[in-house]
Design a protein around this ligand. Structure first.
Ligand SMILES: [Zn+2]
Length: 324
């Protein structure tokens, strides 16, 4: 089994509760707890991420295919406001015309509804919630984690982090226990029985937005280039003053958002010099700028050259330079 804890890293937090709880954190806790339950059952389980870091959707989607997994479950918690409900608002999105995906989705829906239903919570629930296909305007499965894998895949939205009553319990042991038990029981039934679980309800037509956002559980591809890359750097001089020449690639540059600096950093994080870039270089890619007279102690043997995006901060490809 492959479990995919949705979102991750500083930019793709997923939806955020009114209490500040990011969806990425709950998704990971449920996935980790589920994995340990499955391992107890002797079911080999791999997570697409095991801590708080970003992974593009296409990379996540390849895990299950490359490993020859029986199935992949992408675990999420939804955001848009939904009406109050006595029962959980679980939604399971399955692959169109794939009976095994529908079967896994049906079992997940039944087991997670049973387990979460044991908790006394003021749930939210969309009127058309259930196990369903979601189709985009090209007629494909709308969500990347459902559309991309050749492996049997589903995307599970366990609840509504936008609902304060739900966000308040998501990190509690009783919630993590109930959610992970529900998912694990469904997986065991999927692998060991012919059980069908809940039937499909009427599907939706929907075109997810691309890009990143904190107010929704968005299907983030991270295809968008968000950091500049340092592609080349040279250094001359001595500890009394080094001269750096650095080439940066930021082909996404526009006047509205561009690579706005590069810097010289020690292995221990000490910053020795910053070259600020006051405008975009949309018409000059990649571009080379210099910084002279950078004083670095003799004890330092090598430095890292990093570049900064105006919106997302330091990141992207770096170059390590041995000092002369
Ligand atoms: Zn999500």
């Amino acid at each position: 089994m492959v479990l995919d804890p949705g979102h991750g890293g500083p930019i793709d937090t997923g939806a955020v509760g009114s209490n500040g709880l990011p969806e990425k954190e709950v998704n990971l806790k449920v996935a980790l707890a589920t994995a340990s339950l499955l391992e107890e059952e002797g079911i080999s389980t791999v997570l697409t991420r095991t801590a708080d870091y970003p992974i593009p959707i296409p990379t996540r989607a390849e895990y299950a295919d490359l490993m020859g997994a029986r199935a992949l479950i992408s675990i999420h918690h939804n955001a848009p406001a939904a009406p109050a409900s006595d029962v959980p608002g679980i939604e399971v999105f399955v692959q169109q015309a794939q009976s095994e995906s529908a079967r896994l989705g049906g079992l997940l829906y039944d087991r997670t509804m049973a387990r979460l239903g044991e908790l006394d919570v003021d749930w939210d629930r969309a009127p058309d919630a259930g196990v369903m296909t979601v189709i985009n305007s090209d007629g494909e499965d709308a969500y990347g984690m459902v559309r991309r894998p050749a492996t049997t895949s589903v995307l599970l939205e366990l609840g509504y982090i936008a609902n304060p009553a739900e966000a308040a319990i998501y990190l509690s042991p009783r919630y993590i226990e109930a959610a992970s038990r529900g998912v694990a029981e469904a997986v065991v039934a999927f692998l060991n029985t012919d059980g069908q679980g809940a039937a499909l309800v009427e599907g939706r037509n929907f075109d997810p937005q691309s890009g990143v956002g904190k107010d929704q559980c968005i299907d983030v591809t991270l295809d968008e280039v968000i950091y500049p890359n340092v592609v080349k750097a040279t250094v001359s001089g001595s500890e009394a003053g080094y001269d750096f020449s650095v080439t940066v690639s930021s082909p996404y540059d526009t006047p509205d958002r561009y690579a706005d600096a590069w810097r010289v950093v020690g292995e221990d994080g000490t910053v020795y010099g910053v070259r600020e870039l006051v405008h975009d270089h949309a018409n000059e890619q990649p571009f080379t700028r210099s910084l002279t007279g950078v004083v670095i102690p003799e004890s330092v043997d090598s430095v890292i050259i990093e570049a900064r995006d105006q919106t997302y901060g330091w990141g992207g490809g770096t170059v390590v330079l041995d000092l002369p």
